[in-house]
Write a protein that binds this ligand. Structure first.
Ligand SMILES: [Zn+2]
Length: 471
């Protein structure tokens, strides 16, 4: 049995791990690479395997760095099944459609404006027309918690999903292979969430014996603060804009962070800790994702359901909150007077409607811009949190007078303590591969685990590395 790490190894994007056993090929995730444009483009357009030879895909969750290349795989001849949880299937459909339409509109914009040399660079990897045939490949299996047990996905290979607590639908997968001397099991955390975060269940420990674990390591070198500290920062920010009758602009990704933030605002408003001021979620994708949340009420954590006991009550809807859809509605917020909160994508302010809100909002000293997640190098978000006095948006320069703040406490990834605790709960472990992390954080959690479980072997694979698992 062989495993090859084709992406999400030695870095955080492009997750793709290929397991080959007795002539069968199982692919764990098929995500987009993100980062420097031309490099990512090259990696995304050249799949390192022939999709028509893959028997089955097991998908951990619907973030694009895990599912974004599935339509390309189908276009290139993949005809097997894609296994996911029911919620992941529904969310993936919205995410893939949105990704296709962004690729199409970028391409049309470049073509219309005849930006030389960029036409080929931006040619869509797939279009909205490719999404239905991709969705037809999906088949769903439920969490162990919801009654899903072992399920045979190929002859001699069974699958189980545990809740990963990262976003709605996210799963830790366990694959069970029948081998000549019994069973061999591989666990894959996908992206692992945190304990005690709004809206989601805690990550569920794997209850089965597992021989090999592929473990994410995004924050292997960090310890997060508690969500109470996030609450304090949010209360402070809302009070600031109330006192100044100004705007609180929150760049947030449409899936995950936006819902965590909205849920926190809902709780803080209901408990009277912040005044009831207008809140706008200005992201059509976030609105569509919220519809999926309504369908999967059982997949929120118990605390959320206790807070919202009535049928039809959704923690992501409340009186003073509005999901804007049209461009006109979005633009009318530019002229509107505060106090108000505007939550808009993208999270690193690299594109999307939030750019328009920043364009209109950065100049006023009274406004507050609150970043909610990791800000990668070379992004507008990173420049703002590093204190830039002026920034360029759509080719024009804007002075930055607004107050800039950030909170890391809403992170959707386990920190070093939580990762190590998770691994520590697994029985029979012989080998761990740390994936989905920069080198520094993977090394930090490896060092920690070597002390805790010294008999287990640890590896940090690079992209393209293969390992023999059964000799
Ligand atoms: Zn994720």
């Amino acid at each position: 049995m062989k495993i090859t790490f084709h992406g999400g190894a030695g870095g955080v994007t492009g997750s793709k791990h290929l397991i080959e056993h007795r002539g069968k090929k199982i692919l764990l995730d098929c995500g987009f690479f993100q980062g420097r444009r031309s490099e990512a483009r090259k990696l995304n357009s050249e799949l390192p395997f022939d999709p028509s030879t893959i028997d089955v895909v097991v998908l951990s969750h619907a973030h694009l760095d895990h599912c974004g290349l599935l339509p390309l795989m189908v276009n290139l001849g993949f005809s097997g099944k894609i296994w996911s949880t029911p919620a992941t299937k529904d969310v993936a459909q919205k995410m893939l459609k949105d990704s296709a339409s962004i690729q199409e509109s970028d391409y049309n914009y470049l073509k219309k404006n005849r930006i030389k040399g960029h036409e080929t660079l931006a040619k869509p990897l797939y279009t909205r027309n490719d999404i239905p045939k991709t969705m037809r490949r999906f088949v769903t299996h439920d969490y162990v918690r919801n009654g899903g047990g072992w399920l045979e996905i190929l002859s001699g290979v069974r699958l189980k999903f545990y809740d990963a607590g990262h976003i709605l639908g996210s799963a830790v997968s366990v694959l069970d292979f029948r081998i000549s001397k019994g069973k061999f099991r591989i666990g894959y955390t996908g992206d692992l969430g945190r304990r005690d975060v709004p809206l989601l269940y805690d990550p569920q420990y794997i209850r089965d014996r597992v021989d090999v674990l592929l473990c994410e390591s995004t924050y292997g070198n960090r310890v997060h603060h508690t969500s109470e500290e996030a609450d304090e920062k949010i209360i402070d920010a809302v009070k600031h804009v109330c006192a100044n009758k100004s705007k609180l602009i929150v760049p947030a990704f449409s899936l995950g962070r936006t819902q965590a933030f909205v849920y926190t605002l809902h709780q803080l408003t209901d408990s009277g800790r912040i005044p009831r001021i207008p809140i706008y979620v200005d992201s059509p994708l976030a609105g569509r994702v919220t519809e999926v949340f309504k369908k999967y009420r059982d997949d929120y954590d118990l605390e959320s359901r206790a807070d919202f006991p009535r049928k039809g009550d959704v923690p992501l809807m409340f009186r003073n909150l509005k999901y804007t859809q049209s461009r006109d509605e979005s633009m009318s917020l530019n002229q509107a007077r505060g106090p108000m909160v505007i939550i808009s994508a993208s999270g690193m302010a690299e594109g999307g409607r939030v750019l328009h809100h920043l364009k209109h909002g950065l100049r006023a000293k009274k406004n507050l811009i609150l970043f909610t997640g990791y800000q990668a190098e070379n992004t507008l978000g990173r420049r703002l949190i590093e204190g830039a006095r002026s920034v360029r948006i759509y080719g024009r320069t804007y002075t930055v007078n607004a107050r800039i703040e950030k909170i890391n406490e809403l992170s959707a990834h386990a920190d070093s303590e939580e990762l190590s605790d998770y691994i520590n709960h697994i029985h029979g472990l012989k080998k761990v591969f740390f994936v989905h992390g920069e080198k520094e954080s993977a090394r930090a959690v490896k060092k920690m685990m070597k002390k805790r479980l010294p008999l287990v072997q640890y590896h940090i694979p690079n992209r393209g590395d293969s390992y023999e698992l059964l000799k």
